[in-house]
Design a protein around this ligand. Structure first.
Ligand code: GLU
Length: 413
């Protein structure tokens, strides 16, 4: 049964509200909340210093009614079963909303990837695959990069899985291009955020040129979102990494910041940029505030100080329920994660198709197909929201939940 309202996660709250609006029973709400399978494994590895260390890994397969489970693998010190569970359910809603034939899953290993050597990271990844290989694969559960993991990690997963089952590139996405990865996968999430913002502007009759954005996060999503927004003529005035934040009224110099980060490991004291408090970043006056880092970046503590026209969820679950409600009441649009950051999983889907069909798509095809799929989803959400008088997240959840329910019904139970 669903958890009671005091312990409900943001996802469960959004989901049960959608089920209520759609007139679904509590049993259906429970079915959509519960994961089909939850895997937890202990992974012992010998560290470079000769000592034995034990890590915990998770994989949650939430739903596969619409297709194999799909979702990233997160490497972060705060990863736990609850977090992975919530993120897996969000993937079910994301794949349903953008209407690709995949379900939802998520995995994670509780570790600090920055504190591990490359050899330790590779050993950890390969051992994790050795533990769970029976449960993953092209027709059951397909992993991909998430926070703290990347194409290199996916390459190790591909190699380990293929050593057991024979060459199986479709078992994992976000691989290096040399191993069957898709052109455009690396930048896909940021590119998709740009496309969704472009559709949002059309919907609200706004000219993008000269608008401003601030971005929290300097990983794959943050950097590629900044690039995509700059291409649209939006001025990105502030950006942050996990420790520092910088501001530049005329727009950040992204290449200079990337170089700075590479050389010094931080954005702090970057020339020609003003250093600001990381906590103040999302409160900077702008048109679009894009949290593209961890969960709970906007809570009831800072939601009252957000002064953007719209919050665009680059990260998964960056708002608490309370923050979501407060922004809604203040008339600030929230473009939800399951729409805004779906570009990554959409291009993962293209990678899976290419691998299954032994095809290689040119980047132009990837980009135009991404634009078509995410553009359609965005328009559908915005129109549904307008027609039903709903906020954008509720509209997105209604569309996604109805789609999963339709598949469940069609499976015959
Ligand atoms: N980790 C990404 C997400 O949260 C991508 C998942 C995928 O490509 O399967 O959407």
């Amino acid at each position: 049964m669903p958890a009671d309202s005091t312990t409900k996660s943001a996802y469960e709250t959004f989901l049960s509200a959608a089920c209520e609006r759609l007139g679904y029973s509590d049993t259906i709400a429970s079915l959509l909340t519960l994961a089909a399978m939850e895997i937890k494994v202990e992974i012992p590895i010998v560290r470079d210093n000769g000592e034995l260390a034990i890590f915990t890994g998770y994989r949650v397969q939430h739903q596969n009614a619409r297709g194999p489970c799909k979702g990233g693998l997160r490497y972060h010190p705060q990863v736990d079963l609850d977090e992975v569970r919530g993120l897996a359910s969000l993937m079910t809603m994301k794949t349903a909303l953008v209407n690709i034939p995949l379900g939802g899953g998520k995995g994670g290993i509780t570790c600090d990837p920055k504190a591990l050597s490359l050899r330790e990271l590779e050993t950890l990844t390969r051992k994790f695959v050795k533990r769970i290989h029976r449960e993953i694969g092209p027709n059951s559960d397909i992993m991909a990069p998430d926070m703290g993991s990347n194409a290199r990690v996916m390459g190790w997963i591909h190699s380990e899985y293929s050593a057991i089952y024979g060459h199986s590139p479709a078992a994992v996405t976000g691989k290096p291009v040399s191993l069957g990865g898709s052109a455009g996968r690396e930048t896909a999430t940021g590119d998709g955020i740009g496309m969704v913002i472009r559709e949002y502007a059309r919907h609200r009759n706004l000219a993008l040129d000269g608008m401003t954005a601030v971005i929290q996060g300097f990983g794959n999503v943050g950097i590629n979102t900044a690039r995509a927004l700059q291409r649209l003529g939006i001025r990105v005035t502030a950006i942050s990494d996990s420790r520092s934040a910088v501001y530049r009224a005329e727009g950040i110099d992204l290449d200079a910041l990337i170089q700075r980060k590479r050389e010094r490991g931080s954005l702090a004291e970057a020339p020609e940029h003003e250093e600001i408090e990381p906590a103040a970043l999302l409160e900077t006056k702008c048109d679009f505030a894009v949290p593209a880092a961890l969960e709970n970046a906007i809570t009831e503590k800072n939601a009252g100080r957000i002064s953007a026209r719209a919050v665009v969820e680059g990260a998964n679950g960056p708002l608490t329920c309370e923050a979501d409600r407060m922004l809604r009441e203040r008339g600030i649009d929230v473009v939800p994660d399951i729409l805004a950051n779906a570009g990554g999983v959409i291009v993962s889907y293209f990678e899976w198709i290419q691998n299954l069909q032994r095809e290689v798509w040119p980047v132009e095809r990837v980009e135009s197909e991404l634009d078509r799929i995410i553009g359609n989803a965005a328009r559908e959400v915005f129109i549904h929201a307008r027609e039903k008088g709903l906020d954008m997240r509720s509209a997105a959840f209604d569309i996604a939940v109805a789609r999963v329910k339709e598949a469940l019904d069609a499976t015959g139970f």
